[in-house]
Design a binder for this molecule. Structure first.
Ligand code: C2E
Ligand code: CA
Ligand code: CA
Length: 684
């Protein structure tokens, strides 16, 4: 353990420190002892020198000790040796003094001095134990002197006394050595503990600094991660911007690629796309579609004379007016120069295309005002229809263009179908329209009645009134042709009222206990004056309103439910019954039907036609029957032509049957015969 020289030195310094610190105490005890003995002995001459020596060396030793303690820089070994030497001198002077005691006559006095000396030897352990050498230097000269004195003065007791003094000295030395050893051990232990604590503190310090460094590194890492995240976010943000700008650019490129810059309308590219799409949809839904090819009359001369700026402005206004005229789902495009093309989807009839074309032409006839110029232009429109005139965009466009040229040649502000026969049809239609205006006055309308027979009993339960038109020029015309014309021309209101009067008159003259149904067109159902009219007719003719049934179609329900509901409620309140016609051809929700005062459901003939081939259809029809019954409605199956169909309906538990199988619609007189044959009860 005492390997390192430095450690040895440190430990030695600590070990002998009590020696130096107790120098005053030990010095003073020597001086006091000297003073005491000197007084006791009455200051003998022989003692003066040794006592003076003792005092001198004791003071010198205090000085040396103080000197050593004054600075930690001081040389330990030198001071220790000086201290040892001075102590040796003190010991020797004491020894010399002891030895002089043989001169003292009084044994008591001498013994007191001896005892004092022995006490000094014993007491000095407490101040000198930290250095065995110093202790020995102090006590050995005295011990030797005491033995000498005993030998000279007490020859008889010499052996005992000397033995006693030797044992005492031995005991003192052993005690000193023991104290010294314990002291040394304590110092070593303290030192080791100090080292240990130092090491521990160092370890803690190291750990703390490592911890601090770790924290620091962690913080730095976090900062770096945050910085990096921010950077990435910035990059991401920039990237998003770049992407969105790119998208915008692409969008505007896309827009430019598909739109006319001047008017913002779809251009030729987009038009062809749309036509292709429409062709697909029309093919799927088995519908017609019309292409209207419009060319402005006199545009070139306006452009040449008034300048391009005005020409451009005019085109914009033309585009605006055309757009205003069309329905939302129709497409208008600027095809080029002063040409515009319109696409009309879901075309119900050619007539619809005619109406749109007429509207567009009329909208362009009104003068345009541009920069204080009043400009009159006109337009020619050529029409081609899918699928009749082609099933490809380019063909349909070319044919519409051809038709437009023909219109232009004919003098402008014209509309022309591609197919010559269609143009004929158009002419026919216009003629027919003219004829229709006079039809009521000329008594060209008449009514036929088709019987409705109970599927279970075969008894006739009612008749449906069906309007007929026999025109002087065109002969019999089908209601499928003229009813739409009546609606378009608004003649339906007057003709509708005429039907009501005719039927009520028929009821009154025949007086059968059956229902007489009257077909209503959608337009009539928006008209509440019609209800007043019916009410007036009923009360005038005093006819039972229960006998009158009004048939409305499903499409009516979809248009404006609330208006229709209030119309039907009013009609129902009069006492008339309501039948829902052509059921199964539309998409009426049962929810609607249950909220309306409907008494009868007329199941469309298309459902019955296909029932034998389609089991799915059979279950649908069966469900309709069940449902109508549960809602307290009667069901009428229309268009029954064969016995098989009749049997099918009987199986389905259908109520009433109407169709050629029993009877075609009959003229008034024939109805009379029919009803008699069937012995339908006549009211009295
Ligand atoms: P609707 O109301 O569905 O009338 C039934 C149509 O089916 C009638 O055609 C009728 O002759 C026909 N029909 C009856 N049984 C059979 C059959 O077994 N087989 C076939 N293939 N057809 C049968 P119509 O008389 O030509 O009437 C056509 C449509 O004209 C009517 O269809 C109705 O919507 C409308 N209509 C007829 N009269 C009037 C009327 O007075 N006012 C209104 N607004 N529309 C009417
Ligand atoms: Ca009907
Ligand atoms: Ca029908």
């Amino acid at each position: 353990m005492w390997t390192d020289k430095k450690i040895k030195k440190i430990l030695l310094a600590r070990q002998v420190k009590p020696l130096f610190t107790s120098s005053i105490l030990s010095g003073l005890s020597n001086i006091f002892a000297v003073a005491l003995i000197y007084t006791l002995l009455d200051a003998p001459d022989y003692a003066t020198l040794p006592f003076a020596g003792i005092v001198f060396f004791a003071l010198a030793r205090i000085f040396i000790a103080r000197h050593y303690l004054a600075s930690s820089e001081n040389n330990l070994t030198a001071h220790l040796y000086i201290y040892l030497t001075l102590t040796l001198f003190i010991g020797i002077f004491w020894g010399v003094f002891e030895f002089t005691q043989y001169k003292v006559e009084s044994i008591q006095l001498r013994n007191i001095v001896m005892l004092l000396n022995i006490a000094l030897i014993a007491g000095s352990i407490t101040t000198l134990y930290s250095s065995r050498g110093v202790y020995l230097a102090y006590i050995l000269p005295q011990g030797i002197a005491i033995i000498g004195v005993f030998s000279l003065h007490s020859p008889d007791l010499i052996v005992y006394l000397n033995l006693a003094i030797i044992i005492f000295m031995g005991f003192m030395i052993a005690s000193c050595f023991n104290m010294n050893r314990i002291h040394k051990k304590g110092i070593e232990l303290t030192y080791n503990n100090e080292q240990l604590i130092g090491d521990l503190n160092k370890e803690i310090g190291v750990r703390e600094s490592v911890q601090v460094e770790l924290e620091h590194n962690k913080g730095e890492l976090e900062n770096k991660v945050n910085e990096r995240t921010k950077e990435l976010e910035m990059i991401n943000f920039d990237l998003e911007n770049v992407i969105s700008e790119k998208e915008k650019a692409e969008e505007s490129l896309q827009y430019l690629a598909y739109h006319d810059e001047l008017t913002g309308l779809p251009n030729k590219n987009l038009l062809i796309d749309r036509i292709s799409q429409s062709i697909k949809i029309s093919a799927r839904d088995r519908q017609q579609m019309a292409i209207l090819f419009l060319d402005l009359d006199r545009f070139k001369s306006i452009n040449d004379s008034l300048g391009h700026a005005i020409g451009d402005n005019l085109l914009k206004q033309v585009a605006f007016r055309i757009n205003e005229t069309l329905r939302k789902h129709d497409t208008v495009s600027r095809y080029g120069g002063d040409e515009f093309v319109m696409v009309l989807e879901k075309l119900k009839s050619y007539n619809e295309a005619i109406q749109v074309a007429k509207k567009v032409i009329n909208s362009l006839i009104k003068p345009f005002e541009i920069d204080s110029h009043k400009i009159h232009i006109g337009a020619s429109i050529g029409i081609s229809v899918y699928p009749t005139d082609g099933d490809e965009p380019t063909i349909l466009l070319r044919n519409a263009d051809t038709a437009m040229y023909r219109g232009k040649k004919a003098g402008g502000n014209q509309l022309q179908f591609y197919d010559a026969s269609m143009s004929n049809q158009l002419r026919d239609r216009i003629e027919l329209e003219n004829e229709l205006h006079g039809a009521l006055e000329n008594n060209e309308f008449y009514i036929v009645y088709q019987p409705q027979v109970s599927a279970k009993t075969g008894i006739t339960t009612g008749v449906e009134s069906l309007l007929r038109w026999n025109n002087a020029k065109h002969g019999e015309i089908s209601p499928d042709r003229f009813v739409p014309l009546l609606e378009e021309t608004g003649l339906i209101y007057s003709v509708g009222r005429w039907v009501v009067t005719e039927v009520i008159e028929f009821i009154c003259t025949h007086n059968y206990d059956i229902t007489f149904s009257i077909n209503l067109s959608a337009l009539q159902c928006n008209n509440h004056e019609f209800i007043d009219f019916v009410e007036a007719q009923i009360s005038k003719a005093k006819v039972d309103p229960k006998k009158i049934e009004f048939e409305i179609t499903e499409s009516l329900l979809i248009n404006d439910f609330e208006t229709t509901k209030s119309f039907l409620d009013n009609l129902h309140t009069l006492g008339c019954t309501i039948a829902l016609d052509d059921f199964g051809t539309g998409y009426t929700s049962m929810n609607y039907i249950s909220r309306l005062p409907i008494d009868v459901i007329k199941i469309d003939k298309s459902l019955i036609r296909n029932i034998s081939e389609n089991n799915n259809l059979r279950s649908i029809v069966s469900a309709i029957v069940t449902m109508s019954k549960s809602l307290g409605m009667k069901n009428v199956f229309e268009g029954i032509e064969t016995e098989d169909e009749l049997l099918e309906i009987q199986k389905l538990d259908g109520d009433i049957i109407q169709g050629y199988y029993y009877s075609k619609p009959l003229r008034g007189d024939d109805v009379e015969i029919w009803l008699c044959d069937k012995s339908v009860e006549k009211e009295t």
